[in-house]
Design a protein around this ligand. Sequence first.
Ligand SMILES: Cc1cc2nc3c(=O)[nH]c(=O)nc-3n(C[C@H](O)[C@H](O)[C@H](O)COP(=O)(O)O)c2cc1C
Length: 209
Amino acid sequence: MDTTAMFSLTYGLFVAGVAEGGKKNACIINTAVQATAEPVRMHVTMLKENLTTQLIRKKGSLTVSVLSLDCPLELIGSFGMRSGREVNKFDGIDYQTDGNGNPYLDKNTVAYMSLNVASVIDLESHYLFICDVVEAEKTQKGQPMSYGDYRTLKSGGTVGKEGAKAGKKHWVCSVCHYVYDGKIPFEELPDDWTCPVCQKPKSVFILED
Ligand SMILES: Cc1cc2nc3c(=O)[nH]c(=O)nc-3n(C[C@H](O)[C@H](O)[C@H](O)COP(=O)(O)O)c2cc1C
């Protein structure tokens, strides 16, 4: 099986946000999908070990902020490559709060949705949260960023009106989609090197065009 074929599926890029027990946290996800239109339902797939996931399980609700094409890569790194266990990711970040008290971003986004978790499916490494959408608003004008746009930008390519122009090949974690950008060539990393985001072994990385 060529697992890089999975990268031809299209996704958006989002921030999942939650506030629970005095802690406000959020992380990048690419797995927010509309499931049904009437009633409006969505589902998100979240790594069990993420702090955001654990807070969502307790709270039973979350926000999904839809990132815009002009969203800086630093913002994605800040929410997607660090855990809220070590830092307050909302330091210096403008945010709004939905009716459940959960944070969402209104800058660098085109829309947000407020979700109540209706059921949870255990997928071993992840939880699949099936949710009712209870709020949805547009935030800023612009185009949403796709996961493909993100990968192109991350590898030094460009996106925009003329379409995406590919950059160089890069190694991507097949579990959390972290794109390796260290100074040491990926092939030269030691065998016990692990993904800095999800701590999975080097062997789960895939070379992507
Ligand atoms: C491009 C990208 C896509 C990601 N997609 C998901 C996802 O769909 N689900 C998920 O649980 N984590 C995903 N992650 C990983 C989390 O954002 C990351 O593990 C984060 O550091 C968790 O932070 P937390 O511990 O504060 O919740 C993604 C990360 C990146 C960079």
